[in-house]
Design a protein around this ligand. Structure first.
Ligand code: ZN
Length: 351
């Protein structure tokens, strides 16, 4: 595998710190276009940082959403991005967050003080220890996700066993339908590179406009992932157009899939308990929220869990319009799988 010096300003071929050259693959089209950082996990291991840090750094630099799936070591930046540009950005990340400010050695550690909300760096080579001088949007992310936190422990699938296997099959097929839907939301219909980025930035701007009180905070680099409450996010989402909702940047996007599914679960449960599930407006809202959380292909399972009782036929009849909306997102040939899975699952729950 092609390797490059961790510190690429060092041209010495015998430089001992090497990392794999970053590989990236563009997937999807239109608004659904994204760049998968194929070997980010390996690169991250080579530079001794969690893979989320450089991924999030790319997201900040490019004004794009990022998505992490630790379990499958899948790290994604929304939009289409050139791998050489990303490699250059990675150099910036390494310069700022890896190399020792005193001796340029990459064998450094970051530690986070949750109390002071600061990041310190220590160097194994020269013994340097001090506060990280860099002030970057990604700092906030690092403080919230310190290196000591084992991201792999978070997991990513809904549950283990049968359901997640079924989900996996569906997952592999789900991209197409999601992309189509995103395309429908894309007024320009362009799919040139950078389109995703523009859309993301535009949406970010809309958010800033929607909540002026947050703008000042954003400017001093602390606002990137300020803990905006779910209620506030939802309130802002109400103000945006339907098309924009699906691509809104929010903290939720950095959550694990399970956490995002849980958010959706709670929302559906709330609607069910308030008896709003027969309302067409609620149906639209749920689709938009599932899209925003990037779990549209898992949403039917959440619905099955919350809506189906032992009398599944009656439940389906009652919730037909809602279910149909979500069925649109499942490729036809996986429908029978889904149906038997949901049916099996509801039977298991009842007995
Ligand atoms: Zn040093």
């Amino acid at each position: 595998m092609a390797t490059v010096n961790v510190n690429r300003s060092v041209t010495d071929i015998f430089y001992r710190y090497k990392m794999p050259r970053l590989q990236a693959k563009v997937e999807g089209k239109g608004n659904g276009i994204k760049t998968v950082l194929v070997n980010m996990a390996e690169v991250a291991r080579a530079i001794g940082r969690p893979a989320t840090y450089p991924t999030k750094y790319f997201g900040c630099e490019l004004g794009a959403q990022t998505l992490f799936d630790h379990k499958n070591e899948r790290f994604v930046v929304n939009g289409s991005h050139d791998v050489n540009k990303l490699q250059d950005l990675l150099d910036g990340f390494i310069r700022k967050f890896v190399l020792c400010p005193e001796c340029d050695n990459p064998e450094t550690n970051l530690t986070v003080s949750a109390k002071n909300q600061t990041i310190s760096q220590s160097c194994k080579a020269c013994g340097f220890h001090g506060l990280l001088k860099v002030n970057h949007k990604v700092n906030t992310f690092i403080v919230k996700n310190p290196p000591s936190l084992n991201p792999a422990a978070q997991g990513s699938s809904l549950t283990e066993g049968k359901r997640s296997r079924k989900q996996k099959q569906k997952n592999d097929n789900a991209d197409g339908s999601m992309t189509n839907n995103s395309l429908a939301n894309n007024s320009g219909g362009e799919s040139d590179s950078g389109n995703g980025t523009n859309q993301a930035s535009q949406t970010e701007a809309e958010i800033s406009a929607a909540i002026p009180e947050k703008t000042a905070k954003d400017d001093d680099d602390e606002g990137w992932s300020v803990d905006v409450s779910k209620e506030a996010i939802r309130a802002r989402l109400q103000d945006l157009t339907d098309g924009a909702k699906g691509m809104t940047i929010s903290d939720d996007y950095d959550k694990t899939e399970k956490e995002r599914i849980d958010i959706f679960y709670e929302l559906v449960k709330e609607k069910r308990d308030k008896k709003q599930l027969e309302d067409v407006q609620t149906h639209k809202e749920l689709v938009i929220e599932a899209e925003r959380l990037d779990i549209i292909n898992k949403a039917p399972l959440v619905l099955a869990e919350l809506l189906f009782t032992e009398n599944i036929i009656k439940d389906v009849q009652k919730n037909r319009p809602l279910l149909l909306r979500f069925f649109l997102y499942i490729p036809k040939h996986t429908l029978s799988n889904w149906w038997s899975g949901a049916h099996l699952y509801s039977c298991i729950r009842v007995h």
